[in-house]
Design a protein around this ligand. Structure first.
Ligand code: ATP
Ligand code: MG
Length: 426
């Protein structure tokens, strides 16, 4: 591991150009009060990186030499949280500033640190110095410390140069750092895609061969990471990067024949998710899981239907099977697996276009998601195009018009599609 040299490189305001109006006033307040109390305190992590890269930070974290108890004494609005490593949350209305005591963790012999046979760190709850706190972080660009009082950046790991070069580089020996915490493989993908960074060759080199280490990560932690990977508006490029780094197969094993050429439905689901994020619409992992698992669900349901099982039952059965199989790798919250199942099981009901069934289906809680899913299925089953079109049209009319349209369908004859004036799509 890199030496924890006590002397950081100092980058002045003139050089780095961060403007304090882009920094959370509450984070500055927290740092000021800690420093006035005689402690070291800096803004750290992703927010400093984002400010330098011209992105607006999601949140501001503070690292300090003060212990959690000392932080609590200084702030009435502080609450201590966390068991593995205690942190203080300082609340200002809706904004929470996370304040963490400098952490060591580079000391291999520490009794507070447990290392598993494979090199994975299980527990590292030791306080450390400013320099130790910097080098225990993952990537150099995530280890910069910003002091809003002197408006300087303190760089212990060469992260500033990497920011300027837009380069993603692990601190220390990459193989050791990935082994300590294989989730860093996923974080590497997330940052390279989100920040459009080049991965420094030594950091990129071992990624593919170490991908199987993800098998040791608890499914619940992988779930959290997957949400960040797929719901931040870059799901499709993230998917492609995961496949390139052999990580997709570790997270979602054996779903597609060739992950490099995912089923059209999956590709489009990812792209639609990004489109929705861009438009500020809500997105849910339930829909994405429904898409990811669909090839497996469809295959098994088809077998069951051929054996005489009713379609909805077959889909429920196949869906449950796919979810159980997947949950061994990535824990899917029941809320989202439930949603995926509803989406699958509503599919056969689109084929029934008679009378009250139409209204009943449209009143289902997951109707909209299931309809969106039907549209995706058309990409693989073109014979569903007419059905999907019918459901598109029926949603545009209401009351008497809808009743008439359903009746026309009901009469069983050829559906005369009304010549509708379509709005020109621009
Ligand atoms: P984002 O903008 O996506 O939140 P972030 O860099 O702030 O990115 P967090 O998960 O919020 O990511 O973590 C905050 C900081 O904690 C990181 O910048 C990094 O310094 C450190 N960190 C997080 N996860 C790890 C890890 N697995 N190993 C080492 N350091 C980590
Ligand atoms: Mg963060």
């Amino acid at each position: 591991m890199t030496e924890a040299s006590a002397k950081p490189r100092i980058i002045t305001r003139q050089e780095h150009g961060i403007q304090s109006r882009h920094v959370s006033a509450n984070a500055i307040k927290v740092v000021e009060r800690l420093q006035q109390g005689g402690h070291l305190a800096f803004i750290v992590g992703g927010s400093v990186r984002d400010l330098l890269l011209g992105q607006s930070p999601k949140d501001f974290d503070v690292a300090t030499s003060a212990t959690p108890e000392q932080v609590r004494e200084l702030f009435r609005n502080a609450r201590l949280i966390g068991r593995r490593f205690r942190l203080a949350h300082v609340r200002f209305g809706r904004e929470i500033i996370e304040v963490a005591t400098f952490r060591g963790g580079a000391d291999e012999d520490s009794e507070h640190r447990e290392i598993e046979a494979g090199g994975r760190v299980i527990r590292d709850n030791v306080f450390g110095s400013e320099a130790e706190d910097a080098i225990r972080r993952d990537f150099t660009i995530n280890a910069l410390m910003y002091d809003p009082v002197s408006e300087t950046i303190r760089d212990h790991v060469g992260g500033y140069e990497d920011v300027l070069a837009r380069r993603l580089r692990l601190i220390g020996d990459p193989v050791t750092r990935y082994r300590e915490d294989p989730v860093r493989l996923l974080r590497a993908v997330r940052f390279m895609v989100k920040l459009d960074l080049a991965v420094e060759p030594q950091t990129a080199g071992p990624m593919v061969s170490l991908a199987p280490l993800l098998a040791d990560i608890p499914p619940a932690r992988l779930f959290d990471e997957i949400l960040k990977l797929f719901l931040s508006g870059l799901a499709w490029p993230t998917y492609q990067a995961l496949v390139r780094q052999a990580l997709w197969e570790e997270l979602f094993p054996a779903l597609f024949d060739d992950p490099a050429q995912p089923p059209p439905l999956v590709e489009q689901a990812l792209k639609n998710t990004d489109q929705r994020v861009a438009e500020g619409l809500p997105v849910t992992p339930g829909f994405l899981f429904a898409a990811f698992l669909w090839p497996r669900v469809k295959q098994r349901a088809t077998v069951l239907i051929d054996q005489g099982m009713p379609a909805v039952e077959a889909l429920a059965d196949a869906g449950e099977d796919a979810i159980v199989h997947q949950a061994a790798r990535v824990a899917i919250h029941r809320r989202f697996s439930g949603m995926a199942k509803e989406i699958w099981c509503l599919q056969p009901r689109f084929e029934k276009r008679q009378g009250k069934r139409v209204a009943r289906l449209m009143n289902e809680r997951r109707f909209r998601a299931a309809y969106d899913f039907l549209l995706l299925r058309v990409l693989e089953e073109p014979e569903l195009a007419e059905l999907a079109e019918w459901w598109t049209e029926i949603q545009k009319v209401d009351g008497q018009d809808r009743a008439e349209q359903i009746q026309k369908t009901d009469r069983g004859g050829r559906r005369r599609r009304r010549p509708r004036k379509r709005k020109a799509v621009t």
